[in-house]
Design a binder for this molecule. Structure first.
Ligand SMILES: [Zn+2]
Ligand SMILES: [Zn+2]
Length: 302
């Protein structure tokens, strides 16, 4: 900077001063600094405010829609705070045991996976008579035991969390639609991705990830749907379809077969579960709990 100033003729010094001050204003403040801006965009202040309201999702959505700067802070700080607050163990596992670790797709997309059921439209391998809209979910259970059921033998070493299916009435059909979602840990290094790349499975033309917008692989096309997935969901073989995006988010649909008295979709020895929870700021659900509770106060996300 000083070198540049010396090379400019003195009659232009006022211009230089102006452009320098403009640069100063354009430069974002360093993290935690509020020297150039009011306290409202001080990340530490914002984090404390949101901590006091338990990272309320609707307030995060509103804050991130104010302007670009707040949207960037929400992406970096607020969505992360929400994810850590509501499912610390799952987030820690996804980030390879490092709570502050980074993973592909970002915090906003992870928050959306946690709190948004993406609905369902017809796909190549799964036809519905009418689309089922996406919606906010008050609470969901994510399980890595469930995730294992979605991995074929050769990919069992991967860590994948999958939610219980969200039940949607399908109108003219007796069976309900089950819509589920999930996320891989360290997808870039996963066996699933290595297999997809190695086999040169093509990315889908018409489907994109509802959580990060990236392109997806169809696991049906890739022949990576094990029979255990249908069993886990309470569906029939071939009655399901799911996709994985290049950032490791999973979304899919299935036909839910009505349960008989001696069957239970959740059987199969869960080991550890994490989820999202509404009331009381509890981050993780009890192993015995069926579903997390709700607060029902949120309408939109992202
Ligand atoms: Zn749903
Ligand atoms: Zn995605």
């Amino acid at each position: 900077m000083a070198y540049k100033r010396q090379t400019v003729p003195s009659r232009n010094s006022s211009c230089v001063a102006m452009s320098a001050s403009r640069r100063l204003k354009l430069n974002p403040p360093s993290p935690g600094s509020d020297s150039c801006e009011s306290g409202v965009v001080n990340e530490r202040v914002l984090a404390l405010v949101f901590e006091s309201i338990q990272w309320d999702i609707s307030t995060i959505c509103l804050t991130s829609s104010v302007n670009r700067k707040l949207r960037a802070i929400a992406k970096r700080v607020l969505w992360r705070g929400l994810c850590l607050h509501r499912a610390p163990r799952m987030v820690s596992a996804l980030a390879g045991g490092v709570p502050n670790g980074r993973f592909s797709g970002g915090w906003q997309a992870l928050a959306k996976v946690m709190f948004f059921c993406c609905g369902c439209e017809s796909t190549r391998h799964f036809k519905v008579s009418q689309p089922s809209p996406g919606h906010f979910v008050n609470g969901s259970r994510f399980s890595k035991t469930s995730g294992r059921s979605f991995l074929t033998k050769k990919c069992r070493g991967d860590l994948l969390y999958v939610s219980d299916p969200c039940e949607h009435p399908a109108g003219d059909k007796d069976d309900d639609l089950g819509i589920y979602r999930g996320v891989f840990s360290e997808f870039m290094r996963s066996r699933t991705r290595a297999y997809l790349i190695g086999r040169r499975v093509e990315l889908e033309e018409r489907v994109s990830c509802p959580y990060c917008g990236a392109r997806v692989w169809s696991m049906t096309t890739a022949r990576l749907v094990p029979k255990s997935a249908a069993r886990r969901l309470g569906s029939q073989d071939g009655g399901l379809d799911y996709f994985v995006c290049v950032n490791g988010h999973l979304h899919g649909s299935c036909w839910l077969v009505p349960l008989s008295s001696d069957e239970d979709r959740d059987s199969g020895g869960d080991d550890e579960e994490d989820g999202s929870d509404g009331d009381g700021g509890v981050g993780e659900i009890d192993k015995e709990a069926d579903r997390t509770v709700s607060n029902g106060s949120v309408e939109v996300i992202g």
